[in-house]
Design a protein around this ligand. Structure first.
Ligand code: PGA
Length: 256
């Protein structure tokens, strides 16, 4: 089963609209040949419009970093699926560890956001990952199991097949500490096994599982060469066109 590599840049709270437009303009020619990968950039809400405009006609897709589960109403500071759709967004990151850590995101809210994204036809990127203490205490499997069980509850097989999972060990995010390819593969394999148990083998084989956490051009090839690593969710290295483009090219050079 071959799964299309998906590399998504999570810009977090970086890049104004003009900066985002400039980055995409620089990125376009650099990744124009990378048609074997799905290339996604996820800017902040206020930068989405400019980036969608700039990416038009290219192979760069645009995602948001969050979505609310209600369609509209008194939810100050939140953004609905319709708003994202009309803005030209096709992907959305859900349950990033920074959302869980700083903004009280739970597996239950992840699940509600996921359902709203799927109902709107957006491609969700659902983030899971353990803290350093979890790994050191041998609790990685338990933590991931809970996140997957809660976050993916009540999702149909058909919808699950369209959902992307991002495995991001929290201790590797923005720290320069990457999980070794072997360590990441072991965890990706575990996640796919959980998906098999929950949704059956056919669906589990279709789901793309990205690695995230200090992924860069230098380690992308080795990571994506692993059987169960289908791409990356990239923070720091996605903020410059040349580093992001090199990462994508190196990931694609990992023939499987
Ligand atoms: P990083 O971030 O690549 O800067 O470690 C990854 C992420 O948080 O998605």
């Amino acid at each position: 089963m071959s799964r299309k590599v998906i590399i998504a840049g999570n810009w977090k709270m970086n890049k104004t609209a003009s900066e985002g437009r400039k980055l995409v303009e620089e990125l376009k020619p650099l990744v124009a040949g990378c048609t074997e990968a799905e290339v996604v950039v996820c800017p902040p809400f206020t930068t989405l419009g400019a980036v969608v405009e700039a990416a038009k006609g290219s192979n760069i897709k645009v995602g948001a970093q969050n979505i609310h589960w209600e369609q509209s109403g008194a939810f100050t500071g939140e953004i609905s699926a319709d708003m994202l759709k009309e803005a030209g967004v096709e992907y959305v990151i859900i349950g990033h560890s920074e959302r869980r850590q700083y903004f009280g995101e739970t597996d239950c809210s992840v699940n509600k956001r996921l359902k709203a994204a799927l109902a709107a036809g957006l491609t969700p990127i659902v983030c899971v990952g353990e803290l350093l203490a979890d790994r050191e205490n041998g609790n990685t499997g338990k933590v991931l199991f809970t996140q997957l069980e809660g976050g993916l509850a009540g999702i149909s097989k058909e919808d699950m097949a369209k959902t992307v999972i991002a495995y991001e060990p929290v201790w590797a995010i923005g720290t320069g500490k990457t999980a070794t390819p072997e360590m990441a593969e072991e965890t990706h394999n575990y996640i796919r096994q959980q998906l098999r148990d929950m949704f059956g083998n056919e669906v589990a084989e279709k789901v793309r599982i990205q690695y995230g956490g200090s992924m860069k051009a230098e380690n992308a090839r080795e990571l994506v060469a692993q059987q169960n690593i289908d791409g990356g969710l990239i923070g720091g290295a996605a903020l410059k066109a040349d580093s992001f483009a090199s990462l994508i090219k190196n990931a694609l050079s990992a023939c499987k």
